[in-house]
Each structure stands twice: as C-alpha cells, then as structure tokens.
Design a protein around this ligand. Structure first.
Ligand code: ADP
Ligand code: MG
Length: 364
C-alpha cells in the first residue's frame, strides 16, 4: 500500500475510453458476424506511481480483458492507454517489446499457468529468453535464485517441477516470474482466487511487501470486495464492461454511493455475528445481461432497485456524485449513477485482522 494516496505526480498509467469488442460469429465454414461481445466498453482510470488500484466485479464483467489490454497482450478496439505519458496502444516491434517488459501480469490460476514440464528455474527465467538484454546467460541462474529468495522460496528449488509445490508456493513462482524483468507495474489478475483463505492472506502480504521493496504500482483484480481492501489504495467496481464507481478504499467501503457497489458490499462476509445480524443484505434480482446485449442508458438498471425511466435514456457519467460534491476532495470518489447516494452497508471491519497478520514469508 502506498504511504500516501495523494496524486502529486503524473500518473504512471492513464486509461481512457478503453473498449474491447470481440466479433460474435455464426457458422464454421462461412463465418458471419452477427454481433459483438462488448467485453470492455468504456473504461477510464488512472494509476499513480506506487499505488494499488483494486478492480472488482463479478465473473464475466471484463476484468481479465482489461488486464490483457493493460499488458499489451491484446489491442483495444478503441481508447487510450498511456504509460508514463506515452500512448502504448499502437506500438509495435521494439517499442512494444519494451513496454511489455515494464507492465507484467501475474495470472489467476497457479495450477494451470505454469508449464508442468519446465523446472522452476526455467519458468522464472523464461522472460530472459525474450529479453536477453536484461540478464546475460551466465548470470541467469543466480538471478533466478535471488528471485526465489525474494518471494520466500528456497533458492535450492530451481530444479524442481511445479507439481512438487503447493498452490501458494506456485503462486510465489508466478510472482517471481512477474518480477524477473523488474517491471514498473504488475497487473495481478485474481492472483489469490484459486487459493485457500489462509494462504490468500500470505500471498497478499507478500505482494504488499514486494511493492515497497521494488517500488511497484499494482492493478489488483478480484471478483469480490473482501479481498482487495487490505492491499488497495483505490478501488474500482466494474459491471458489464464499465467502471460503476471508483474511489479511495475508504470512500468505496465506508461511503459507497452506487447501488451496485452497495449490493456487492452487502454480500461481503462479516465475521462478527452481531454485526451480521444488524446489517442489510441487498439481493439483486435477475442475472447479469449478456455483454452482447447491453441495456440502454445505465447498464445496471435492469437489476437496480432504484431504476427509473431516466435510467434507460441517459448513460450516467462516472463523476463526483452531487451528494458528495461538498464532502469529497477532487478525484476522491466517482460514481456512475444518476441517483447516487451514500449508504453504509458493512460494519467497519470487513476482514478479521488475524487473517491478514501473516508476514508474507510463510511457507504457503
Ligand atoms: P472476467 O475476467 O471479469 O471474468 P473476461 O474479461 O474474461 O471477464 O470476459 C468478459 C466477457 O468477454 C465475457 O463475456 C467473455 O466471455 C468475453 N470474452 C473474453 N475474451 C473473449 C474472446 N477472446 N472472444 C470472445 N469473447 C471473449
Ligand atoms: Mg477473469
């Protein structure tokens, strides 16, 4: 977590109007486009140096697509991504390679993302095959061992294979690999979703420690709000390809204004039975619409208990809600709801402190 959330310098990453539509085709021999999957449909945010932005939303809302776009693994349909002020969405060749080195991804599932036939040393050192300029051949083994040490694994493990490790250890291997090229930004796509709760905290604490040690900026993706609070400085809540609400961790958890954020927060597990009993549970009706058929106006309106006629006609801008205009400082909190109002849904302590007390160095 950054020591300060004030954005004093130019952001390291600026995303605006980001769109990724995939063609929806029918027929095998004669493919015909019959529509498009609007996986990401107008995303804006900034990331300050040293900051962690949490991105949260239900499965299918476009989180992994945003992650791939940020890491230049795919090109957006429209919109802009600026890294240190430079537009990176249209780069190719060497310039593309250079920017990819600086924005690295840590993947969700440590069971499937590591090649089972490669040794840990080869997995962690593989980025050096693509960027040999970073580590001369003779220097690799030493570097890989240092990386293993940094993520809390025994450097002697270099010759072992992924199946010889636990889930938490495998994710540490994935993190070591992500660090190999000394990136400025790590995009972690649900890095702990496949792990046991007790191990999740250790991996989160490890990421937290590495951030300070290597001066990293993080985009940390998760499908629920309970995981990201501890590590995030700011949090963005996504629904059907768009950010519905974004703000400082405290604003989002203590003063949520978007009905969708409020509903998600009301589903966060609360350890204290007393608090559990007294809080309101918001159950959304219906299912998330298909990203091929996005509702007009506010895309959340089909499941929103506050929806009115206006909501079908106007796309609410992601902006400081009128109710907060006096309270929030600039950029503290934006909400894409025409009827945004504050509603406290969760007691202050969301995650039991003992679950987050690991030092990130445990065996995991
Ligand atoms: P999340 O990570 O939030 O679960 P994704 O970004 O994986 O969401 O997917 C968002 C939507 O885009 C989903 O409906 C998914 O099926 C669709 N999608 C993702 N990748 C592709 C692709 N390569 N081609 C077509 N549709 C895709
Ligand atoms: Mg995903």
């Amino acid at each position: 977590m950054a020591a300060t959330t004030e954005q004093v310098t130019e952001p390291i990453l600026e995303v605006s109007g980001l769109v990724k539509h995939y063609p929806l085709t029918r027929g095998i021999l004669f493919k015909k486009q019959v529509g498009s999957v609007k996986a990401v449909d107008g995303v804006d945010f900034t990331l300050a140096k040293g900051e962690t932005l949490g991105i949260v939303g239900e499965s299918g809302c476009g989180k992994s697509t945003v992650a791939r776009l940020l890491c230049s693994l795919e090109r957006p349909t429209a919109g802009s991504i600026r890294f240190k002020g430079e537009e990176i969405t249209r780069l190719s060749g060497r310039a593309l390679k250079a920017v990819r080195r600086n924005i690295q991804m840590v993947f969700q599932d440590p069971y499937t993302s590591l090649n089972p036939r490669m040794t840990v040393g080869d997995i962690v050192g593989e980025p050096y095959d693509i960027h040999p300029e970073v580590a001369p051949k003779g220097d690799r083994r030493r570097r890989v061992q240092e990386l293993l040490d940094v993520v809390g694994l025994d450097p002697e493990y270099v010759n072992r294979y992924p199946h010889q490790f636990s889930g938490g250890q495998r994710q540490r291997i994935g993190i070591a690999r992500g660090l190999a090229l000394r990136p400025d930004i790590i995009v972690a796509d649900e890095p702990v979703s496949a792990l046991d709760v007790s191990i999740q905290a250790q991996v989160i604490n490890l990421l937290d420690r590495l951030q300070a040690e290597f001066d990293l900026s993080y985009v940390f993706i998760a499908h629920d709000l309970s995981i990201v609070r501890h590590i995030s400085d700011r949090v963005g809540v996504m629904y059907l390809g768009r950010i519905m609400e974004i703000g400082t961790e405290e604003e989002i958890y203590e003063h949520p204004t978007h009905p969708y954020t409020q509903a998600l927060l009301s589903a966060v597990p609360v350890p204290d039975p007393d608090a559990r009993e007294h809080r309101e549970r918001i159950i959304l009706t219906g299912d998330v619409p298909s990203p091929t058929l996005i509702p007009s106006g506010c895309r959340f309106r089909t499941r929103c208990w506050k929806a009115q006629e206006r909501c079908a006609l106007e796309v609410p801008p992601l902006a400081v809600p009128a109710v907060l205009a006096d309270v929030s400082g600039p950029a503290a909190h934006d909400s894409a709801c025409l009827f945004a109002e504050e509603k406290r849904v969760v007691p202050p302590e969301v995650v039991p402190p003992e679950e987050l007390s690991g030092n990130g160095n445990g065996p995991g």
